[in-house]
Each structure stands twice: as structure tokens, then as C-alpha cells.
Design a binder for this molecule. Structure first.
Ligand SMILES: Nc1ncnc2c1ncn2[C@@H]1O[C@H](COP(=O)(O)OP(=O)(O)OP(=O)(O)O)[C@@H](O)[C@H]1O
Ligand SMILES: [Mg+2]
Length: 262
């Protein structure tokens, strides 16, 4: 099962990615968590030791050069568009509490036609992870879906857009839905997060008509307190853990259905 998570900044993407990874791993699935957000803290949230010392793939200049034939930063050079990547998950993933993690780093953005060796390597790697790997893959992304393309769209079983009660995060959900449809990705679902009361839930439902809702996660001050006290976030709120278990249950039928592309 391949799950990608997107949404406006700060809505709770990394928290959901981490708790889903933990839930799948505890249920016996082999889980690969991919940190595809350049400013991300997925490793830290998952409790990886020395998470601040992890070098993302896009910053491994030697590796980028070895695989693509071009040094990052030299836009004019030629490079391979299909670099070898199938050995990278074994070499560059870390394991902790039964979860494997890979940090991708920044996808360079720019006008159309902006293409550089780091992006070629990341695209090839994400495509490989989504198409060829037989495990639960959870992609923690930024507000867009830059790591996905037409080739990978079919492999994503669910693009989860996290929203909080607020117009901006709802607008971002519409933008992501449009980007997703542009690449042929139609399996999008919403998770509402940081809900304080039923009115906020109603706000999300009425402002996102026609969208599938996978679940609603309550706002829990315990999480904020844990964050301030620099305590592990993942175990700090039982009600959030329970709701993510419901979301996991809602996703399970996809994992158990044989994938038609295989
Ligand atoms: N349900 C919740 N209740 C209380 N606090 C929450 C909840 N969900 C997330 N938070 C807090 O909100 C902050 C942002 O969460 P998180 O880092 O998961 O969001 P994000 O979407 O990944 O952010 P970014 O866009 O910066 O990557 C964190 O401090 C997190 O602890
Ligand atoms: Mg994040």
C-alpha cells in the first residue's frame, strides 16, 4: 500500500505520517516512511536517534553525480534521466522501531523545464519506491505534490490531504486536488485535524463537498505540552492514537485488495 500525505504547512502531516507508520508497523506490516518535505522532522517525530544528522538524498552530491553523471548545481550538463536507484533503499534507509526511513530532501522548483540531476535522482527513486517496493510506503510531503508525477500517480493508493478548520487549509486542499487530477491521481481523501468541536467538523464537511473523509483527529493540548517539554509526541495523546487507528482501519481494505496493476 502506498500512501502520500500532503496539506498546508503545519496542519499535522508529519504527525499523521508518523502515527500511521507506527500503526502499520505494530500490526506487522513492513513500513518505509519517506520524508519528502525539505523542512521536515519525520525522523525526529518517529524518534530516530540523531535525526538532525541525517543527510537527505538530494544533498548527497557524490551520489547524485555517481548515478546521474552530473554534479548538482551545473544546470548545463547532461545527465541520465533514468539513474540506477534500486540499491539505494537498502544503502540509505535507517531503521528504528520496525520502521525504515529515507530522507529525500528538496526537490528544486523553478519555471517549466527546470530540471537538474538531484531532481532526476529523486524522481527515479520515488518512482522506484512506489512502483517496485512491496511494502507499506508512507510519503510525508509538503503542501504540493512535487515528488509525484504521471508515472507514480497510478501507484498511489491514497493521497491524504490533511486539513485543519480554517479557510486556507481548505483552499490548499482544492489546489492539491487539482494538481492531483492533472497527473491522473484520483484517490484523494481528506483527514481533518486539530478539531476542537463539532462545529469545526461541520465547517470542513460543508466546505469540502464531494470529498471522501477518512477521519477526524481532535485537537489535544497534551501534544502541545509534550512538544514544549521536548517529550516524544507519538505517545502523548491516546485519543489521537485511537483516531489514527480508525484511519488505519479505513485504509486496510486497500491493502488487502490485490492491486490490479500487479
Ligand atoms: N491534533 C493535534 N492537536 C494538537 N497539536 C497538534 C495536533 N496535530 C498536530 N499538532 C501540532 O502541530 C504542529 C504541526 O504538526 P506537524 O509538524 O505534524 O504538521 P506538518 O503539516 O507536518 O507541518 P509542516 O508543514 O511544517 O511540515 C506540531 O507542533 C504538532 O505537535
Ligand atoms: Mg511536516
Amino acid at each position: 500500500m502506498k500512501i502520500a500525505i500532503s496539506g498546508k504547512g503545519g496542519v499535522g502531516k508529519t504527525l499523521l505520517a508518523s502515527l500511521l507508520a507506527k500503526t502499520f508497523a505494530e500490526s506487522g506490516y513492513s513500513v518505509l516512511a519517506i520524508d519528502a518535505d525539505p523542512d521536515s522532522n519525520l525522523a525526529a517525530t518517529l524518534g530516530f536517534p540523531d535525526s538532525d544528522k541525517i543527510t537527505p538524498i538530494s544533498e548527497m552530491k557524490e551520489l547524485v553525480e555517481e548515478r546521474t553523471g552530473a554534479r548538482p548545481g551545473r544546470a548545463e550538463s547532461f545527465f541520465k534521466l533514468n539513474p540506477k536507484v534500486d540499491d539505494l533503499p537498502e544503502k540509505y534507509s535507517l531503521k528504528h522501531n520496525g520502521i525504515r526511513l529515507m530522507a529525500m530532501g528538496r526537490v528544486k522548483k523553478g519555471g517549466t523545464g527546470c530540471y537538474c540531476p538531484e531532481n532526476a535522482l529523486l524522481q527515479a527513486l520515488v518512482t522506484h519506491l512506489l512502483l517496485a517496493r512491496d511494502e507499506v510506503v508512507i510519503l510525508d510531503m509538503e503542501a504540493g505534490i512535487e515528488h509525484l508525477g504521471r508515472a507514480t500517480a497510478k501507484a498511489v493508493d491514497k493521497l491524504i490531504v490533511v486539513v485543519e478548520p480554517g479557510r486556507r487549509s481548505v483552499e490548499t486542499a482544492y489546489k492539491i486536488d487539482k494538481l492531483a487530477k492533472d497527473i491522473g491521481l484520483h484517490n484523494l481523501a481528506i483527514v481533518g485535524n486539530k478539531l476542537r468541536n463539532p462545529l469545526e467538523r461541520e465547517f470542513l464537511i460543508s466546505n469540502l463537498p464531494g470529498f471522501e473523509f477518512l477521519g477526524f483527529i481532535p485537537y489535544d493540548q497534551a501534544l502541545v505540552d509534550a512538544d514544549l517539554a521536548n517529550l516524544p509526541l507519538l505517545n502523548s495523546s491516546q485519543q489521537i492514537i485511537n483516531e489514527v487507528k480508525n484511519i488505519y482501519q479505513a485504509l486496510l481494505p486497500i491493502a488487502q485488495t490485490p492491486n490490479p496493476r500487479n
